[in-house]
Design a protein around this ligand. Structure first.
Ligand code: SF4
Ligand code: SF4
Length: 164
């Protein structure tokens, strides 16, 4: 009986601390507060600054969850190559197959984190210009497959970065 009472009092004390002093919480208070204030920010799924706008992700998405959105001001990624569009994912249509990520040339050709990921795109280690100067890591078959999905102008800036 004494053991039972001791357990009950310990439990009540611990719960009181958790409720009143916000002690021992597994989830972050900032996440809780953002939920309560309806200000949760969606996880980024596209990193525009790392994208070359090739549309490969758009072409492989099986559920048509990706839309290519025109940039108000096109960006010159490398001399003579303008990026004019970037993808946006509709997560209500996404089945999280990650075809978009795996096909993206930044990942499939250079082995770097793709600028598109349906769950969380993360942070890049390099700038896009640095990535494009890296040696190409993919075999010719991968480049040939990708050539069917993206414009030849894009393929040439990718393979132009090859250093072998
Ligand atoms: S992960 Fe989602 S957005 Fe990407 S290809 Fe698959 S269904 Fe499309
Ligand atoms: S495949 Fe990669 S580089 Fe091409 S548009 Fe999609 S995210 Fe951008």
């Amino acid at each position: 009986m004494i053991t039972f009472l001791r357990l009950m009092l310990t439990g009540a004390y611990t719960n009181a601390l958790r409720i009143l002093a916000k002690d021992d919480r597994a989830t972050s208070m900032s996440i809780r507060n953002s939920i309560l204030t309806l200000s949760v920010q969606p996880t980024p799924t596209v990193l525009d600054e790392m994208c070359i706008g090739c549309g490969g992700c758009y072409n492989v998405c099986p559920t048509k969850a990706i839309e290519m959105v025109k940039l108000e001001t096109p960006v010159e990624v490398v001399e003579g190559y303008m990026k004019e569009q970037v993808p946006r994912i509709d997560l209500l249509k996404c089945i999280y197959c990650l075809n978009c990520h795996d096909t993206c040339p930044i990942y499939s050709i250079f082995g770097e984190a793709a600028p598109i990921h349906a769950r969380d795109v993360g942070m890049p280690r390099m700038t896009l210009q640095e990535v494009l100067k890296k040696p190409v890591k993919a075999p010719p078959e991968t480049i040939a497959e990708l050539s069917k999905l993206i414009p030849s102008s894009t393929i040439s800036i990718i393979t132009g970065g090859k250093k072998e």
